[in-house]
Design a protein around this ligand. Sequence first.
Ligand SMILES: [Zn+2]
Length: 485
Amino acid sequence: MKGFESVIGLEIHAQLLTRSKLFCGCGTGFGAEPNTQVCPVCLGLPGALPVLNRRAVELAVLVGEALHAHTNTSSVFARKNYFYPDLPKNYQISQFDRPLCSGGHLYVSDGGKRRRVRVTRVHLEEDAGKSVHLDDAGGRRTLVDFNRCGVPLIEIVTEPELRSPSEAHALLKALKQILEYTGASSGNMEEGGLRCDVNVSLRRVGERALGSKTEIKNLNSFRNVERALEYEIERQAGLLAGGTAVLNETLMWDAGRDRAVSMRSKEEAHDYRYFPEPDLLRLELKGDWIDDVKSRLPELPEARESRFVESLGLPPYDAAVLCGRRALADYFEEVARLTGEPKSASNWIMTEVLRTAKEGATDEFPVTAANLADLLTLVRSGRISGKMAKDVFARMAGTGETADDAVSRMGLRQVTDVREMRTIVDAVLSENPKSVADYARGKKKLFGFLMGRIMEKTAGQASPTLAESVLRERLEGVREGDANT
Ligand SMILES: [Zn+2]
């Protein structure tokens, strides 16, 4: 690797969150019975004609705008011809020389450095079906599920401007956040909602020309993207160092064996015989319509993160964690708004809430924002201590009760009334006459013992500060022979 630098580009496919497919009315739900979400259009039966899904175009434009790309008022669908068992038409409807959005960029933070990485294009295309390989009692068989055929995808292509596997990881993470914030895609890699192909080449440091590159497909986790790039960079460096040329080829990542295997020599665009899709009109978008979509762009992760730091006074680390998911940032803002205390809202969410939510790992929070806000208000008013609040929170998370209900069911409340505290302290003192007398004779460490008795008597509900000051007041009184204040 010494003397070389890596040049990495990403090609990301994200499923759009539409209810129906890109060119037909079939549903897009994940996990349905095989071949139940199909029709003549997505099965490519003769005579069936595609009709473009407006919502898919809106979502794609939204992502393009979020990536600062230019939305083209005129774009063209093209047929990408290739045979694959899960592609019944033998071509995929995609976009080629006239994509929906061109140019654009996003920011990537890696190792404390923030860099702008250019986006080449964002275009719409349809997904293919899925082959299911079985090796069971019926022997080795391959079944085909066409449910995914025609599900809308956007393809986002970056310029080859990334320099390291960790930067590629950071870009994917930033992009996933944008997809999730815009509501365009779940960005869920495990369910195939987000897929990534990478291309990588090496060149000598200082050289401008690009070396020959390989493409790695089938990367279904952030970890695999990073690992596959590390593997391939090392492999290419080994070849180049030994004076062997790197072949232009497509590799498949085998996560099980932690290595990339050759699939085929790299195909070129002309291999696909792209031509304009004759069954669809050119996609013409009006400027007003594009502006309208643009106006629905939410506050994006980067902007939100800076606002949390600058206006709400959160530490940058907290802001980054909270803005990691839109639902989490929304949840935090609601608690902060209801309590007027962003910092304590953030502290609670960063600890108790995330710890409890992690087990479920969804966007459902263990306690609603309103209930959490009420709990924080109880702490601030001194009705319960911060320590009690953690137990109350655990109960609320388990039962769904409001803070008030949980506190009263648990019989909790903090004794903060000075007169009530004096009664309790007096009772403890009269139950322990010997300790009081010993204390008066100078055994000062009995103070701690008496504090313990007070906490025991109140089942931990005494405000420690108040208990301490009343006990001191009473004991000093004992010493001065003035017990009856
Ligand atoms: Zn269909």
